[in-house]
Design a protein around this ligand. Sequence first.
Ligand code: NAD
Length: 461
Amino acid sequence: MSDHADLSRRTFLGTAAATSAATLLASNAIGKEQPTTDSSASIGHSKNDKINMGVIGTGGMGHGHLRNIMSRKEADNVSVGRVCDVYRRRLNSALKVTDNPSDRGTMDYRYVLDDPDIDAVLIATPDHWHTKIAIDAMEAGKDVYVEKPLSLTTDQAIACRDAVHRTGRVLQVGPQGTSDGRYWKASKAIADGRIGKVTWSQGSYCRNSRGGQFNWHIDPDAGPGGTNDGFVWWDQWLGHKHGLTEKIPWNADHFFRFRKYWAYNGGLATDLLYHKLAPLLLAVSGPNGEYPKRVVAAGGRYLEKDDRDIPDNFFMMAEYPGEHTIMLVSVMTNDTNIPVQIHGQYGSIDFDNALSLSEQRTWWPEFRKANDDLLEHSMVKDENGKEHPRPAEGQAKLEMVGESRPDHMGAFLGAIRGQCEPACNVDLGCSTMVAIKMAVESYRTGQALRWDPRTEQIVPA
Ligand SMILES: NC(=O)c1ccc[n+]([C@@H]2O[C@H](COP(=O)([O-])OP(=O)(O)OC[C@H]3O[C@@H](n4cnc5c(N)ncnc54)[C@H](O)[C@@H]3O)[C@@H](O)[C@H]2O)c1
């Protein structure tokens, strides 16, 4: 039995009696004939063309994106033509938020890909589905905004990277920090030699809560046996028919709190540290990032003693062939953060407020020479009228304003129209994913791990 037939039957048996006209209509697309992929869509939008988007996965983040797109409809000439979710409550809510009639909603993303009027898709499902939908979408001729992290596994990330290069479609990955102009400005400052050779950088993403991290609300009526709004197409959420996870009975904690389980994501590393690593890599290694050489992680489940797989304290170090190391911390039991900083031999870059450069006392002449254009009084004259760099006065702080860039959605729309590059392209998204996933595996196995660039596989260090 095909997925479609299976779903049509389950939907009918589970819900027909009690389902309201509105919710039945919302799932109408499900019973139609099998979609075919249309790869004939042309590549490239002109500046003024409307971009019609399909949003797949309309939970917390999907709704955030929907509201954002609706708020910039006119300004950016963008629309939402279809929405898709396997949970009917969220699907119906997405239809409402986008002012769409119910036949624009579906539980099967292939109907979105089959619609020739859809130019681009936004994927905000849990991580295990990201690259399957992204690759199917690109092969159907759509451009893709895929939420972070790029994937669940490194093989998926590489397959997606290769699919972007094969199809020539636009793909942007979701870490918004890569649209923060300060990181692009920092990248240029480093390339210009302003802080000397970078050897290490640091960042963190820490939180604290009373209710337990990621223990988000569970709708009591939700599930595969749910009626009306409560219906969940659980088999499709799992994706086991596509080899994405194991088939397991309905589990509300997995559905609503997937971040707690390895089967669907990598916990703090993929949920939070991906946000920190992608912009740091962009600044230090450039817009395509860099694959790590060796990664090691530590931590543990120090306070969250429920059934979760993931740690509540996570510490990782990624060492790169370009001879620098990135150290990242994510702690869910104390929200004190360490500042985001990049350290070079002559100075450091600080991202706390405005971007600033500070000198290393030992190397102040080199630092001041490299930053002469920014320092108002970097050179002083001695009594003989000879110029010298100003003597060290502790730390010289050079305020640099961030580059003005479009926001993350703006960068995606601009990239489709050929006006700019994606802020987080697939190469940066993939190299970030590899280091993050290696950290997850290092934590899980208790081993330091190495990336083999020839086979593109994780191997013991
Ligand atoms: N960039 C950011 O700041 C940010 C913030 C939050 C979440 N995210 C990312 O967004 C993704 C979603 O997170 P969330 O918090 O919104 O999760 P969520 O559980 O609230 O939403 C995910 C939705 O996807 C639906 N879904 C699952 N499989 C599907 C499929 N095959 N087809 C259609 N719909 C499907 C689920 O039913 C659910 O409604 C995650 O990968 C997360 O890392 C990014």
